[in-house]
Design a protein around this ligand. Structure first.
Ligand code: NAD
Length: 507
């Protein structure tokens, strides 16, 4: 029976904070954000950013929260106190300066903790060149990487299954794909971008990456104003490194996005100028891409640009695009005017070597001005809103089982293993194939194929069609009785008649 099932209605953060902003305007209330001053250069750059936000009359109020080095040292292994959690959960928006991760084991990454606990599913990292004002190898580069932040190989579900073999589970969900892909298209609209490129490896991972690609194709039809394309991740990454100017917005799975966003930041030549946003349906976190730079902490020379750019991303997100525009255009003008902190200072392109605070003053002095050479930014009111669509349930039928064995007998002869399994399998089971590391080794395997101690044995009913769970249990009992070391099983299902499993290589 097919049944329709609606996903839980989801209030988007943008919607929540915009509602607050709408409510706020008559009484001059401000949108509350939590602010973490961080470690190393964190307090200096946050102070500079706060001065710019105040001068621009950003419609925000601030709750300072404590996290990072000192909190780790007080014995909180996550680097965050219960009071801070409560404040972030109340405010739903966090502007965070970089923190120092203590050396040695036992400490959890604060960023990973925040991302997972607050369900921050989208990581948004613009990578842009500001040539000729800041020298860059790719002067026309202006790309935004939108990375799925929670799924894929980062679920951290790993097992050792045999003496020789370990595995990790790559989990990709339809709601997870849809949410991030919609976010990418909505982002493109909100920020006046024209093209979204999806990158996957679905020529190899037809189910997991294939789902991401398929959902991308479906969602793209709802955005006819945005050009949509797909590239296989390997050639896509090569093109990004070679001709980044051909990309606009890139949306991809977690691991690929992790790698791509670092490549993009590096080749843009502006890591110190880059901001990053982690967006969830209930909360969001904005920060610079760089770390706490302990080598220059306390010297007053750090570049506050990355955190300032992140703050403008935050302003757009909370429904204050005018203030974001005001600050970003003043900042672009400052960069154009050659007022640069030491990290980007170049005698050929810079005019003034500014301290952190001098740089902030220069931005403040330019509020209301626009860049003359670089394109000024224009942000759309309304931010990025993602409304998930209903998910239809499929009709699921059990049609077989993959039984995984650890087996190390008789020179690892797949023919011998195949014969043993055929003899042991009760009715209605038929051994369809055995694979080793995904390669078919029975029947008709090649002697050259290298085999480990980890065998995937596919059983399906002789007549085809459905089987039941009791029959699976009977098969497992028979294999166990025949002395086989069963290490795990995967059920083979069809969903609405389509196989929900991959074929073995060579099958
Ligand atoms: P880093 O980004 O802090 O520093 C790398 C180099 O870039 C240093 O030479 C530094 O002086 C320079 N630099 C960085 N930001 C700068 C700025 N705004 N202005 C001028 N120069 C700048 O990276 P790292 O040294 O590998 O890490 C230092 C600490 O930061 C570590 O404890 C690391 O765990 C932490 N970290 C935190 C975050 C975060 O909180 N999001 C991100 C990355 C690293």
């Amino acid at each position: 029976m097919k049944s329709a099932h609606l996903m839980q209605p989801e209030t988007t953060l943008s919607a929540v904070v915009q509602e607050q902003a709408v409510r706020a305007s008559p009484s001059q209330e401000r949108i509350p954000v939590a602010v973490a001053y961080g470690d190393g250069i964190g307090p200096e750059i946050m102070d500079a950013v706060m001065r710019v936000l105040d001068a621009a009359k950003a419609p925000l109020s601030y709750d300072t929260v404590e996290m990072g080095e000192k909190v780790y040292q007080r014995g909180f292994t996550s680097g965050i106190t219960p009071e801070t959690w409560a404040t972030i959960r109340r405010n739903r928006v966090l502007l965070k300066a970089p923190i120092t991760t203590p050396q040695g084991g036992g400490y959890k990454s604060l960023n990973v903790t925040l991302r997972k606990a607050l369900n921050l599913y989208a990581n948004v990292r613009p990578a842009k060149s500001y040539a000729p004002f800041v020298p860059a190898r790719h002067p026309d580069m202006n790309v935004v990487i939108i990375r799925e932040n929670e799924e894929d190989l980062y679920a951290g579900i790993e097992h050792q299954q045999t003496s020789e073999v370990v595995q990790v589970l790559k989990l990709v969900t339809r709601p997870g794909c849809e949410r991030i892909i919609r976010y990418a298209f909505e982002y493109a609209r909100a920020y006046g971008r024209h093209k979204v490129t999806c990158m996957t490896k679905d020529n190899i991972m037809k189910l997991t990456d294939g789902l991401f690609h398929r959902v991308f194709n479906e969602v793209a039809t709802e955005y006819p104003d945005i050009q949509a394309e797909h590239q296989i991740i390997d050639i896509g990454a090569a093109r990004l490194a070679d001709t980044p100017e051909r990309f606009d917005v890139i949306v991809t799975l977690n691991l690929y996005g992790d790698i791509l966003s670092d490549i993009a930041a590096q080749i843009a030549g502006s890591v110190g100028l880059a901001g990053s946003a982690n967006i969830g349906s209930q909360a969001a976190m904005f920060e610079a891409v760089h770390g706490s730079a302990p080598d220059i902490a306390g010297k007053g020379i750090a570049n506050p640009s990355g955190l300032l750019v992140a703050a403008t991303q935050m302003l757009v997100h909370v429904g204050a695009p005018d203030t974001a525009e005001l600050i970003k255009n003043a900042w672009l003008r400052t960069i154009e005017d050659g007022i640069h902190t030491a990290d980007v200072y170049d005698p050929k392109t810079s005019r003034v070597r500014a301290t952190t605070q001098e740089f902030a003053e220069a931005v403040i002095a330019r509020l209301g001005e626009e860049p003359r050479h670089l394109p000024p930014v224009r942000y759309r009111a309304g931010g990025v809103n993602v409304t998930p669509s209903p998910v239809a349930r499929s009709e699921k039928q059990l049609v077989g089982v993959d039984v995984f064995l650890e087996w190390n007998g008789a020179n690892r002869s797949s023919n011998l293993l195949g014969q043993m399994l055929e003899e042991a399998a009760p009715e209605p089971w038929l051994l369809k194939m055995i694979t080793n590391r995904g390669v078919k080794v029975y029947p008709d395997g090649l002697p050259e194929t290298f085999c480990t101690d980890h065998w995937r044995c596919r059983f399906m009913p002789v007549e085809g069609g459905a089987v039941n769970f009791d029959q699976v249990l009977a098969l497992l009992a028979a294999l166990h009785g025949a002395g086989m070391d069963v290490i795990k099983t995967e059920h083979l299902y069809t969903f609405d008649g389509r196989p929900g499993y991959s074929l073995g290589q060579g099958e």
